[in-house]
Design a protein. Structure first.
Length: 226
């Protein structure tokens, strides 16, 4: 039997890694982080326990990579799903809805993810995170950002803050309110994306004004005084 080619080996490694990431998402969603062991994950993925250490330094890195993969797949499906659109405002609305939807649909997983990010070890940069970052940055480019390298991290921070607010134990914020605030900031119509059933919250303007790309307030004042 001839040895496998490098491309075949690479594909097998990719599939093995993805099975571990998918198993992590499933088990942490079902049991929680502390109750999920690396042995459980390996068994669910049909992999050897030692294979996890080959791909990931530890459990925390494994979970963050797994959540970043889930976020990337969810975001990609939302952006590329039917009806297909190249409209930058619609795509940004879909991106916001996709991330807020994960907070609602996967509360245990997303709460754990945010808690780990806020620990001293911080943010894990992995291939899954880089793909997610590229997709969000491209969303800002299509939205019309003049400086996506500045506007993308801001969007990421706002989305992370919204997820924390949805999942804050004892004092959660309503998703509709958070969505309205984000849509108002980026000048998005409420009907864009996938509006929640609850409708527009009271006190939120129907025609918001986009802040991204606007001149600083001082510039606006100086123009108005001329």
């Amino acid at each position: 039997m001839s040895p496998r080619s490098a491309s075949v080996n690479e594909e097998l490694r990719r599939r093995s890694r993805e099975r571990l990431l998918q198993a992590t998402v499933e088990l942490v969603s079902e049991r929680g982080y502390e109750a999920t062991t690396l042995g459980d994950i390996a068994e669910r993925a049909g992999s050897a326990r030692g294979l996890i250490s080959y791909y990931f330094p530890g459990k925390r890195q494994l979970l963050q990579s797994a959540v970043h993969r889930l976020m990337h797949l969810t975001l990609e499906e939302a952006l590329e799903g039917e009806p297909r659109t190249d409209d930058g405002r619609e795509r940004l609305a879909r991106a916001i809805d996709a991330v807020l939807g994960l907070a609602v649909d996967r509360p245990v997983l997303m709460r754990t993810h945010m808690a780990l990010i806020l620990q001293a070890e911080g943010f894990v940069r992995c291939p899954e995170q880089q793909r997610l970052a590229a997709l969000l940055r491209d969303t800002m480019v299509r939205y019309g950002s003049a400086d996506p390298d500045t506007d993308y991290p801001l969007l990421r921070a706002l989305l992370m803050g919204a997820v924390v607010a949805v999942l804050l134990p004892g004092a959660p914020m309503p998703v509709t309110r958070l969505r309205a605030e984000l849509f108002q900031r980026y000048g998005l119509d409420w009907e864009c994306g996938t509006p929640p059933d609850g409708g527009l919250p009271d006190g939120v303007p129907l025609t918001p004004v986009a802040l991204v790309g606007r001149p600083p307030a001082s510039d606006q004042r100086s123009k108005s005084s001329k």
